[in-house]
Design a protein around this ligand. Structure first.
Ligand SMILES: C[S@@+](CC[C@H](N)C(=O)[O-])C[C@H]1O[C@@H](n2cnc3c(N)ncnc32)[C@H](O)[C@@H]1O
Length: 400
């Protein structure tokens, strides 16, 4: 099967956008709003169709996408010879020039092929041999920064060959200069902000902001600043059909939100982390849009009657268990005492400590931070709710 000539105008093609577990719905909405047609939501991925413009837009504007693959063709292979022959027979000269570099990445779930590295080597040989037969020259492989990354997905005997249109993972926006001890991946941060429903119309606070990823992603979202606007490159720019004029037009578009953006505020107990956050906020060009302060959460007093608070406390890898439990108890007590009227969201990979917050969560999502299983919990801190005033007990203080 060839993916190149799918619709009658020859414009639309199928794509696969990869994301993190739990963000498939958010990414589908993003792709749809950018004009893509959703075919299916898969595990950590969304399959969709669109033209070149949609491919560029999803790479440049979507906040929860890690990479976009463009499938080229599919075939059946049950041995090395069939694999080599099918790859060799494809017209690679229509995909890239012999003076460009390429690399092959493979994912293999197949009883016929045991080693993904070996599959990648065979595919590489077939592409090189094809070019050498036709031009007498071998294209070079560059595994670090290839012009054209090729992706192989072998499931049982079905081999899908795709071009990776993004190149370096899209979480690398380009604004991060300083890493905190436990900085969040930018795509994870953007997805967490989206799950809260934040749109800029309420104040946004991260009282444990570390290197500032959550406040930066919140500001980009609220002000409609594209995550691609920090000058990073995409591998679709190396394809033979690259339309530089079209990409320029897309990169000048701002998907403006008609919201009067309220204050975005980050604080952290560590002066070192605040320095790193300042550097990142500066690099993102957001100095006038984000306020930062060195302060422990327990001492934080804010002037806003309501707001969205989002935090990613330490999970306890480097802290003694009794101290980590104390920290989470402090979070619960501080939320109850000082943040009535707020909606607080806590993202943590330590479920035992999360219970120490001692508040009832009204929503819970299972997510991952790399390979750490995490929970994302919502706590609504009602401002003197009716039930509380009638019974004299605050419904928040139910333990779970
Ligand atoms: C997991 S890191 C946050 C990482 C951040 N989301 C990022 O992307 O860089 C947790 C942060 O909580 C901060 N922290 C720990 N105890 C705190 C407290 N009592 N008040 C405020 N911040 C605290 C740490 O200094 C650390 O920067």
């Amino acid at each position: 099967m060839d993916y190149k000539t799918e619709n009658s105008e020859g414009e639309s093609f199928e794509m696969l956008a990869k994301t993190l577990f739990g963000f498939e719905d958010i990414l589908s909405k993003e792709i749809k709003s950018l004009g893509g047609k959703i075919l299916a939501k898969e595990n950590r991925a969304v399959r969709f169709t669109g033209d070149k413009e949609i491919l560029y837009k999803v790479n440049y504007h979507a906040r929860t996408v890690l990479r976009v693959l463009r499938p080229l063709f599919v075939f059946k292979a049950e041995n090395e010879r069939e694999l080599y022959k099918n790859i060799f027979n494809y017209s690679w000269e229509e995909v890239f020039r012999v003076d460009q570099t390429f690399a092959v990445n493979s994912v293999v779930h197949s009883p016929f092929f045991k080693h993904s590295h070996y599959v990648a080597l065979k595919v590489k040989d077939a592409i090189v041999d094809r070019f050498r037969r036709d031009t007498g020259i071998r294209p070079s492989v560059n595994t670090n920064e290839p012009d054209v990354p090729v992706n192989i997905h072998l499931s049982n005997n079905r081999c899908t060959v795709s071009l990776d249109g993004s190149g370096e993972s899209l979480h690398k926006r380009g604004y991060r200069m300083g890493h905190g001890a436990a900085s969040l991946n930018e795509v994870l941060a953007a997805g967490l902000v989206s799950l809260t429903g934040y749109d800029g119309s309420l104040p946004f606070i991260d009282p444990m902001c570390g290197s500032g990823t959550l406040v930066i992603e919140a500001a980009l979202l609220a002000y409609g600043i594209p995550p691609g606007s920090f000058g990073r490159k995409y591998s679709f720019q190396n394809w033979l059909d690259y339309d530089a004029g079209l990409f320029k037009k897309i990169s000048q578009e701002r998907l403006k939100k008609e919201v009067d953006v309220q204050e975005i505020f980050g604080s952290d107990v560590s002066d070192k982390q605040i320095r790193v956050a300042r550097m990142n906020v500066y690099n993102a060009g957001l100095m006038d849009k984000i306020k930062l302060k060195e302060k422990g959460m327990e001492e934080l007093r804010l002037k806003f009657p309501e707001g969205i608070m989002l935090m990613n406390p330490p999970y306890g890898e480097r802290i003694k268990p009794e101290h980590i439990n104390e920290l989470y108890s402090m979070i619960g007590n501080t939320l109850k005492r000082n943040f009535h009227g707020y909606t607080a969201w806590v993202f943590s990979g330590n479920p035992g400590s999360l219970k120490k917050i001692g508040l009832h969560s009204s929503e819970k999502h299972l997510l991952y931070n790399s390979d750490i299983k995490c929970q994302f919990r919502k706590f609504e801190l009602y401002q003197g709710s009716k039930k509380a005033s009638k019974t004299g007990t605050n419904p928040q203080e139910k333990r779970i």
